[in-house]
Ligand binder design. Structure first.
Ligand SMILES: [Zn+2]
Length: 104
């Protein structure tokens, strides 16, 4: 996953040098890092707590941890996330294991 992030940063730095921002009738050219760095910081702030959560797989009844970047970009409804289980290799709606203990 790290090599994809590095490749994305290199490709975007080659392809994107500035972004055109229109506010009213005036036009500004903003460097792409001014937009990309706050977005990346927001992804980190949202994703790092999600990466520490232990998820429960409803197929094999096992718990697992997953990376924060998979949590951020996964489809989710409330706390349930569509994650690929490392044990049974199936994508299913996994929920945090603490919620499973509370439901029983
Ligand atoms: Zn599983």
């Amino acid at each position: 996953m790290k090599k994809y992030i590095v490749l994305f940063i290199i490709m975007s730095s080659v392809m994107l040098t500035s972004c055109q921002v229109n506010i009213g009738e005036s036009t500004f050219y903003v460097h792409w890092l001014v937009i990309a760095i706050p977005v990346f910081i927001l992804l980190l702030l949202v994703g790092l707590p999600l990466g520490r959560i232990k998820y429960y797989c409803p197929n094999c009844k096992k718990t697992f941890y997953t990376s924060w970047i998979k949590c951020v970009f996964s489809v989710h409804i409330n706390n349930e996330r569509a994650l690929k289980c490392p044990h049974c290799k199936k994508i299913s709606m996994c929920y945090p294991s603490n919620n499973q203990e509370n439901k029983k």
